[in-house]
Design a protein. Structure first.
Length: 242
């Protein structure tokens, strides 16, 4: 059997996915920064929980072969409360093995924490020989209040913890902080133009900047599992190493 180059798979929500109309996800631009094939399996409206329950992580687990790379980025749809009504996306509060019982679509279900969903998927992917990159969620428009404001959410902390729990074949990329840093430099007028509909979904131009922020974060970390496959050099991407 002929050996093939690693494939990069993307698992995430609409901020990463191929989108529509006047918005776009950053994952659409990642192939321009890598010498590897990229398969974008991100899909709008998903959380770590719903991506798991719908079998999408399992499809990736069944697909990957050794040395493939899976980039996982959730967080925009994972918050909320289970106490009133369950939307099928909200995770159980907590940073570890806590579980919640909930009713979804008339069925009693057990809901895991956000990091638990990532760790379970990540360990299964690693068991198949894949490498896993856990990426923190992209920020909402940090200029929308009139002045710049960004603080990493708990999902950034959870994502970093999940990567550590998965082990040496996983790494963490703080995509959110690198994106926010570039947005701060670009200024309010420019960044506001990146969010034509709401404070979450970027225009194609904005998505390209968000992609470059991911690349910057990886380059500043030495490349990790993508070392040798990045077309960019650190100095060629805007922003500074954090």
């Amino acid at each position: 059997m002929a050996k093939r180059a690693p494939t990069v798979y993307l698992a995430g929500d609409s901020t990463m996915a191929l989108y529509r109309d006047n918005t776009q996800g950053w994952g659409v631009y990642l192939p321009y920064s890598l010498t590897l094939p990229v398969v974008n399996r991100a899909i709008g409206g998903r959380s770590a929980r719903s991506y798991t329950v719908e079998g999408r992580f399992q499809t990736l687990i069944d697909t990957v072969i050794p040395n493939d790379i899976v980039i996982i980025e959730f967080g925009h749809n994972d918050g909320g409360s289970l106490s009133q009504s369950d939307n099928g996306r909200t995770a159980c509060p907590g940073a570890g093995s806590e579980t919640c019982r909930s009713t979804y679509n008339g069925q009693q279900v057990t809901v895991l924490t956000y990091p638990a969903y990532l760790v379970n998927a990540g360990r299964a992917l690693v068991a198949k020989g894949a490498k896993v990159i856990i990426s923190s969620p992209t920020p909402n428009n940090p200029w929308e209040g009139g002045s710049f404001s960004y603080a990493p959410s708990r999902f950034t902390t959870y994502s970093q913890s999940a990567a550590q729990q998965i082990g040496q074949n996983a790494m963490f990329v703080d995509h959110g902080s690198y994106t926010a840093a570039i947005f701060k430099t670009l200024g309010k007028q420019k960044v506001d133009s990146f969010f034509p509909n709401d404070h979450t979904h970027t225009s194609p131009q904005g998505a390209d900047v968000v992609n470059r922020a991911f690349v910057k974060a990886v380059l500043c970390g030495g490349g990790g599992f993508l070392n040798g496959f990045l077309k960019n050099e650190t100095a060629s991407v805007e922003g500074t190493c954090l």
